[in-house]
Design a protein around this ligand. Structure first.
Ligand SMILES: Cc1cc2nc3c(=O)[nH]c(=O)nc-3n(C[C@H](O)[C@H](O)[C@H](O)COP(=O)(O)O)c2cc1C
Length: 191
């Protein structure tokens, strides 16, 4: 395990207030191993649609730079995302597209873990493959296993309290976060 604290950033792919992925994201700090601190990324909700003309005319929006800086400052990044039409939600893909155009592209060499929650039974099996593919292009390092897929998420949370209640899901996450801490250290993160 790391000697120094590992600072991890979580990015939620859903903009919905009651998001199940948001619930999972907010559960992470309590499930993290000792020595891992997990904070929520700045919002990408106000990013304009990526357009190279906008970038060329007025540069990168301040919110894009802030989001990218948070990724750069982190020892690792966790995506908490739903699957939209078997793929990456448009808002999240737009955020990835914006930061991918920055000099010193923030995902390069960055340890990444994937977690998805959906109302469907498969829990986001396809979105994870698409995210892995995008992360390969951006030269990130994605943890292979253990995987975290939370299917039928509506049955695994308490929407009133905003808690992830399913013990099996909580255990899978704990195991992944423990493996992610080792993965970060192995790949030259803090430690
Ligand atoms: C545009 C859209 C596309 C969706 N496509 C899928 C899909 O491909 N697979 C799936 O399991 N669920 C799909 N769903 C259902 C989501 O799993 C469900 O809305 C989930 O609650 C979204 O995550 P959130 O609660 O974090 O917002 C889709 C939902 C939306 C709004």
């Amino acid at each position: 395990m790391a000697d120094k604290q590992l600072n991890v950033l979580s990015i939620c792919g859903s903009l919905r207030k009651g998001s199940y992925n948001g619930i999972v994201q907010r559960a992470l700090p309590a499930l993290a191993p000792e020595g891992m601190k997990i904070i929520v990324a700045p919002s990408f909700a106000d990013f304009p649609l990526y357009n190279a003309d906008v970038q060329n005319a007025s540069g990168f929006p301040a919110s894009v730079s802030k989001f990218a800086d948070a990724i750069r400052a982190a020892d690792g990044v966790i995506f908490n995302t739903p699957e939209y039409n078997f793929s990456i939600p448009g808002g999240l893909k737009n955020a990835i597209d914006w930061v991918s155009r920055l000099p010193n592209q923030p995902f390069a060499g960055k340890p990444i873990a994937l977690q998805s929650a959906t109302m469907g039974q498969l829990g986001g099996g396809r979105v994870q493959y698409d995210l892995r593919r995008a992360m390969v292009f951006l030269d990130a390092l994605v943890l292979n296993k253990p995987e975290v897929f939370i299917g039928a998420a509506q049955t695994k949370v308490n929407e009133q309290t905003g808690e992830l209640t399913d013990e099996m899901a909580r255990n899978f996450i704990k195991q992944q976060l423990a493996a992610f801490a080792k993965f970060i250290v192995r790949h030259g993160g803090q430690g």
